[in-house]
Design a protein around this ligand. Structure first.
Ligand SMILES: Nc1ncnc2c1ncn2[C@@H]1O[C@H](COP(=O)(O)OP(=O)(O)OP(=O)(O)O)[C@@H](O)[C@H]1O
Length: 260
């Protein structure tokens, strides 16, 4: 199996804080990881490292066969799909949904004056349809609901056929039906042939799409547990991560947690 990412002793220090503290982690090609942890655990920081946006203070990051620090990150980044609230805010609200998706192939935010191939538009339409929002292709991005916008972002991140897909709290702020539709879409992306390796960050086990294979639990910048999801994600590891006694259920491929 080929490693898509290999982190060894990754530590990130800002002032007196260790945002990440000695993270060792290997992501293989066929892995679909979920990263779970409380607010401030370092999840977004970890995703920024995987997105080649942040270099560790100490430690080594291997990414898509390259070593961070010894490679031009501008060559690496187009191979990585990222969705996050920060990125969503930068998408042009006045632009047509299909253009928001298509413009990803040129790694630009906003359509400007690039010429896009008919093939690109076809691909964008296909992706939007896969995500259940094909009918919104001609709408203006700013007129979409939060849940619809999240799905456009995912289509956009998939547009470049990334080798690694990073999703930072994709279901945050969605209502129940929005969350369930998104979980279903992510599950079908995760289990599709030729899908990219995936890392999904969340606070909530309810948001883990069926088909995700591995879990990393993070607390105060450190790994509590990491590995195949059945072993890494248990009532014990979850309780330790969130520092409260939690019961964990796993029914029909979905997880639920509650305090007791
Ligand atoms: N530049 C910085 N300087 C100092 N502390 C920082 C800096 N950037 C982030 N932090 C702190 O690092 C910690 C980890 O932040 P991060 O955003 O990675 O956490 P998170 O797990 O994604 O949290 P949340 O679930 O709330 O989004 C937080 O306590 C945050 O305040």
């Amino acid at each position: 199996m080929t490693a898509v990412a290999e982190l060894a002793g990754v530590t990130i220090v800002r002032g007196d804080s260790r945002l990440l503290d000695g993270i060792d982690w290997t992501i293989d090609e066929t892995d679909r990881w979920v990263v779970i942890g409380p607010n401030g655990a370092g999840k977004t920081t970890l995703l920024q490292v995987l997105a080649a946006q942040l270099h560790p203070t100490t430690g080594v990051v291997g990414l898509l066969g390259e070593v961070l620090g010894a490679v031009d990150v501008f060559e690496l980044r187009p191979r990585i799909g990222l969705t996050s609230a920060a990125l969503a805010d930068k998408l042009p609200r006045a632009e047509a949904v299909s253009d928001v998706v298509v413009s990803a192939s040129y790694a630009v935010l906003g359509r400007w004056n690039e010429e896009y191939d008919e093939l690109d538009h076809q691909r964008a339409k296909e992706l939007l349809t896969e995500l259940g929002i094909g009918h919104l292709a001609d709408r203006t991005f700013g007129t979409l609901s939060e849940g619809e916008r999240k799905r456009v972002q995912i289509a956009r991140a998939l547009m470049t056929d990334p080798e690694l897909m990073l999703l930072d709290e994709p279901a945050a702020g969605l209502d129940l039906s929005g969350r369930e539709q998104l979980v279903r879409s992510l599950s079908s992306i995760a289990t599709a042939e030729g899908a990219p390796s995936m890392v999904l960050v969340t606070h909530h086990v309810e948001e883990i799409p069926p088909g995700f294979t591995h879990a990393l639990l993070l607390k105060r910048g450190r790994t509590v547990a990491a590995g195949p999801i059945a072993q890494a994600l248990t009532a014990e590891t979850l309780s330790e991560t969130f520092e409260m006694p939690l019961a964990l259920d796993h029914v029909a491929g979905r997880y639920t947690a509650r305090a007791f």
